[in-house]
Structure formats: structure tokens, C-alpha cells
Design a protein around this ligand. Structure first.
Ligand code: NCD
Length: 499
């Protein structure tokens, strides 16, 4: 793989390989000698684009690049870029590429930026750049996961069979999201999560894992490792909610002394007040060592990026549409057999009739078609609402005279209205078609939007949403979809509500 975007893109073996690669860099950092793989005629240009504050991630990538002897460009803070002049993120990224970036490390407050950057570069023909995600909003922080895993491996000697506590803002901490996602049920880890209601970990990170949750620090007594996190103040939209959770958990000497004797306390840092000053130098608190492992880990990530950056990662094409023609007839014959429906609309002889639309979806489909510029000015479009229906109770019908919908939109429309039939009337024939909702829905021209306001696709004019369907509805269930960029999950209702 050429980019480091999300821990979810990596197989277990690849994660292990990268962590071990980091361990191999330790002697080179200690002795300040050049690893043989870094000796190159053509040294890659490392660019660090940090649009959120950073001390450790930025500093350790910089130190890693320095130890490799590779040229580095650092851009820290959005105010150092033309983003402040309202330039788009896509254009900013393209400019870094034009100016020679070969490994481009990005941190941003928006989510999905690293994946979006990789797509934009590929579309723009920049095929030799490795993108590395140094934190995208509350979503992912994969390089931190590699260094956290290296820390655990070096300290405990294993990454399996232990009791692993997490405390603090588990809702917004990208370090926690990435790290927990790197484990599988086979690792036999007992997770213990301590947070308040407002800062609980989303269920999407918990699938299959053995997890005990509580609001009390007491459950952490038997942990081998406890990972403490800061309340991510900058990610709270409600100041009152922030006030309720601030200062809630503090690891003091008393707390620590009540825990397992050889417990190790980790923290990605920075910390505010969640680790009390009296334990700062306690040998159980291994946060300085943990931060130090960032250097060998990121040396390895830079080498890895340089080795893989020429790989081709063609953006996968949308899966082919599966459709079924359920009826084909002469228009005249068909219309005589359907006389009773004429009271709802004047039958057309050329164009498309979208039938069996759940009430309220007719307008949404019309909007999607409009955004896709399917209609010409003089097209006659009718959305007939609230027609009695056997299947749906009431339904909408969209009558599009002289309009034919391109097939790449059938999947999206079928997702908005899963019972839909496409009636195509042309050359005195009617064809009734049902399309199967594909496994991926793309927001052509960004409709449907991602319901996450922080998703980069809602910010950049070149953002194209893509949702993977994780769950098709069985009885009593809804569609469950994951945004390809910010990785958040949504139901069908949440997505179509904002069309
Ligand atoms: C973390 C981050 O930026 O997500 N810091 C880091 O990279 N080591 C944690 C935080 O800001 O709380």
C-alpha cells in the first residue's frame, strides 16, 4: 500500500510488519547513524502540512527525516497557507505536489482529508507521492497507533493477552479510535473503557471486542496498560457539555497506587490535568518513552512511504449495476390496461416514470437529478405525491417527460427508494426495470452529502462522497453505510434526510 491513511486499510500482518520495522530503527536513532535503506542518490522530499497544532507528531516526523538525511518542508498552521485566502484544500494539496512533495504528511481538523488528498493527487496525475495521515479530526491517527503498539511491545513484550484500560475522551480521541481498531478479537484483550456518558466510545469501534465499560476508574485496577487521553476541547460544539466533562478523570498517586503494581500508564500527549504532577516521574508513567518511539516509528514510515510511493492505486470503479427487466410491452396496450391510474397524471409516451417511491422521496430524487443536470429547461417534470399504494401505503410518482436517466444514477436512486421501478417509455415500448442497490453509493456532484459536518467532502468543491453499504436491511433493520472519507457510519434515513 502506498499511503498511510487509516489503520482500517491494513491487514494484521502489515500492521505487525510496520511495528517491527519501527523497532529495527531504534539502534539507528540511538546511535544517530544512517539506516542503509536511507542512503539514496535521489532523496525524497518530505512535506509536513499541519493544519492543527502539534508538538510530538510534527517534531518526531521532522527528527525522523533529519536522521534519514532527507529534505523537509514544514508548513504549520492554516495561517501559513492560502487556505486562509479561501483556496480549496484540493488546490493546496496539488500545489505541494507541483512543488515536489514525495512524502506528504497531513494533519487537519476536517475528517477524511488524507484519503481525499490521495484521490485528488491520483486524479491530477501525481502518481509518485505517499500520503501519511497525521490525524484527521476525530477520525484516525495511524502513525500514532504504530508507535503506541511499538511502546506496548517493547514494554510488555506482547500485543496479545492483556488487560487494556482506556480513560478520558474516548468519543473524540483519534488516537484511541486508531489504536482500538488495530486489535481483533483473536488478540484476546480485555478492554476496559472509562468515560462519562458524553465522551463514550462509538459502538462502531467495539465490534467483536471484549469490552467492559464504566464511569468509574475502579474497573482499571487490574489493567496491565492504561491509556489516558485529554478531553479534546476543540472538538466540542456544546460549551456546556464541555464544562460537564472537563477535569472529570485525574490519575493521581492515590489512584495509581490502587492499581496493579506493574501497570504502565500511556498517553499520546499533550495532557492537561488528567495526569497529576506528583506522578509525572513515576516509572509506571511511560509517556516520555512512548513519545520517543515516535521517532523510530516515523523513520520507518518515511522509508516505507518512499519504498511504496510509486505503486499504482487506481481509484476503484463503481461496481457494475445489476438490474432486471421485469416487464416489456407496447405502450398502447400497456396504457389501456392501466386506465385507472390516469386520474393521477397524464400518461407520457416518451421519457421515464419513477414509480413506488416512498412518500417524500420523489422530491429528493428530483433534486439529485437536477444536481446532475439531467433536465433540460423545457422538460416537464411532475412529482405526484401521496398516491395510495398497496406496497407502501402512500407513494410518490415522478413523471419525467422526454427525460432518460443515465444508468450510473440507477443505484443511487434505488437506494433512496428501494422499492422503485424505472418505467422507460420510448419508441412505443415500455420497459419496467428494477435495479439492485449496489454495495457502494456515490454522491455524484456530492449528493447525497455526508451527514458529518466535519467530513472534507462537505468543504471542498471537488469532494465526491462515497458510501459503502455495510448492512443491507433484513427484517426490522435499516441500511447501514460508512462514509469512505470520514469513516463515520449512518443509516439510510440519516443520509436521505439531508438531500
Ligand atoms: C494527539 C492528537 O493530536 O490526536 N496527539 C498526538 O498526536 N500525540 C492527542 C491529543 O491531541 O490529545
Amino acid at each position: 500500500m502506498k499511503h498511510i491513511i487509516s489503520i482500517n486499510d491494513f491487514k494484521k500482518e502489515e500492521i505487525d510488519e510496520i511495528v517491527n520495522g519501527g523497532a529495527e530503527m531504534i539502534p539507528y536513532v540511538n546511535k544517530k547513524t544512517l539506516p542503509p535503506a536511507a542512503v539514496l542518490k535521489d532523496k525524497p522530499k518530505v512535506c509536513l502540512l499541519f493544519l492543527e497544532p502539534s508538538t510530538r507528531t510534527l517534531g518526531s516526523y521532522e527528527e525522523a527525516a533529519r536522521l534519514l538525511g532527507w529534505p523537509t518542508r514544514i508548513v504549520s498552521g492554516p495561517e501559513a497557507t492560502s487556505l486562509m485566502k479561501k483556496e480549496s484544500f484540493a488546490n493546496t494539496i496539488r500545489m505541494f505536489a507541483t512543488q515536489g512533495a514525495e512524502i506528504l504528511i497531513i494533519r487537519s481538523k476536517e475528517e477524511g482529508t488524507a484519503r481525499f488528498a490521495a484521490e485528488i493527487l491520483e486524479k491530477s496525475g501525481f502518481n509518485n507521492i505517499s500520503i501519511q495521515n497525521a490525524g484527521d479530526g476525530a477520525n484516525q491517527h495511524p502513525s500514532q497507533t504504530f508507535l503506541d503498539r511499538l511502546t506496548i511491545l517493547q514494554t510488555l513484550g506482547r500485543l496479545k493477552n492483556f488487560t487494556f484500560g482506556f480513560v478520558g475522551d474516548l468519543k473524540h480521541s483519534r488516537t484511541v479510535h486508531s489504536l482500538i481498531s488495530s486489535f481483533t478479537p483473536e488478540d484476546k484483550i480485555q478492554f476496559k473503557l472509562v468515560s462519562c456518558q458524553e465522551t463514550r466510545l462509538s459502538p462502531r469501534y467495539k465490534r467483536g471486542l471484549n469490552i467492559l465499560e464504566s464511569e468509574s476508574l475502579n474497573i482499571l485496577r487490574d489493567c496491565d496498560v492504561v491509556y489516558v487521553t485529554r478531553i479534546q476541547e476543540e472538538r466540542f460544539s456544546d460549551p456546556l457539555e464541555l464544562e460537564r466533562v472537563k477535569g472529570r478523570y485525574k490519575i493521581t498517586k492515590d489512584v495509581l497506587d490502587g492499581w496493579k503494581k506493574e501497570v504502565k500508564i500511556m498517553h499520546p500527549m499533550p495532557y492537561v490535568d488528567e495526569i497529576s504532577a506528583e506522578i509525572r516521574s513515576d516509572p509506571r508513567v511511560i509517556i516520555d518513552k512512548q513519545a520517543w518511539y515516535g521517532i523510530p516509528t516515523r523513520m520507518n514510515l518515511l522509508l516505507w512511504g518512499n519504498e511504496h510511493r510509486f505503486e499504482k492505486t487506481l481509484i476503484p470503479k463503481m461496481p457494475e449495476l445489476k438490474k432486471e427487466i421485469i416487464k416489456e410491452a407496447e405502450i398502447d396496450q400497456y396504457l389501456t390496461s392501466r386506465k385507472k391510474e390516469e386520474k393521477y397524471f397524464r400518461p407520457i409516451r416518451n421519457g421515464t416514470v419513477l414509480d413506488h417511491l416512498p412518500f417524500g422521496t420523489g422530491d429528493k430524487i428530483k433534486k439529485c437529478l437536477q444536481t446532475n443536470k439531467i433536465f433540460k429547461q423545457n422538460n416537464v417534470i411532475h412529482n405526484i405525491e401521496r398516491i395510495p399504494s398497496q406496497k407502501l401505503g402512500i407513494k410518490d410518482i415522478l413523471v419525467l417527460e422526454n427525460v432518460f436517466i443515465p444508468e450510473h444514477l440507477f443505484g443511487l436512486i434505488s437506494f433512496i427508494a428501494p422499492q422503485i421501478t424505472f418505467n422507460i417509455l420510448k419508441d412505443n415500448k415500455i420497459r419496467k426495470i428494477k435495479a439492485i442497490v449496489p454495495e457502494e453509493i456515490s454522491g455524484v456532484n456530492s449528493l447525497p452529502r455526508c451527514p458529518n459536518n466535519l467530513c472534507i467532502t462537505n468543504y471542498d468543491p471537488e469532494g465526491i462522497t462515497k458510501f459503502k453499504i455495510l448492512q443491507f436491511p433484513k427484517s426490522g433493520e435499516n441500511f447501514l453505510l460508512r462514509c469512505n472519507h470520514c469513516e463515520r457510519e449512518f443509516t439510510r434515513e440519516e443520509i436521505i434526510k439531508i438531500i
